[in-house]
Design a protein. Sequence first.
Length: 230
Amino acid sequence: MAGFSRISIALSALCFGLCGCKVPVSPGPWTNLAGGGSADATLETHYSPTENLEHYDLALLRSAHKSIDLCGFSFTDEAVGDAIESAARRGVRVRVYLDRGQSNDELDRAAKHDSDPKPSGRKRNVQYADGFFDEQEVPDPSTQAVITRLAATPNVEVRIKHSRVLMHLKSYAVDGQTLRSGSANFSASALKHQDNDLVLTHDAASVRRFELDFNQLWSRPDNERLQPQS
């Protein structure tokens, strides 16, 4: 009986200790990190396909006032590209760092679509568990890759990692204050249909650590700048 009491006391102490450890994770909406929620909500995690992660990327990118520093593997999502282009046109400095092999594939696919016929324009309606409603249609094959369009936008610079070792981050910092990371590439399929997570944080140390790493990647002497198409 005494042994049982000691075990009970130990378990109670453990539970008390765990309950006292504050884990600042907010399952709530993006407004927690946009300033509308608790100051303790320093970390937010969202999951596709239950949620449409594109909405969270668009909300954050549209909130940018000074800078966007982005590392990406795949970058084909038109809406995310539009949000970055709009930010740049209102004076936000944008730096985009991409993987070599994946970027070459995206440029090649866009070039092959130059003479392709337009799709039929079929549409489908998708409602997500988070309440967002999305009407999706067969995409119009663009004659220009998203990354090429960004490279031609004032205030945007796109650099490509020279090495064939993957640049596999899917992260960006906005205004040096908010960090987006996670497994989701910047593509419609990754943000809406695949099993991915998207993590948002205001944690100052995490943002500084990303910016430090980003600047090191950005400054590699063998990086290649993606030139706008003439």
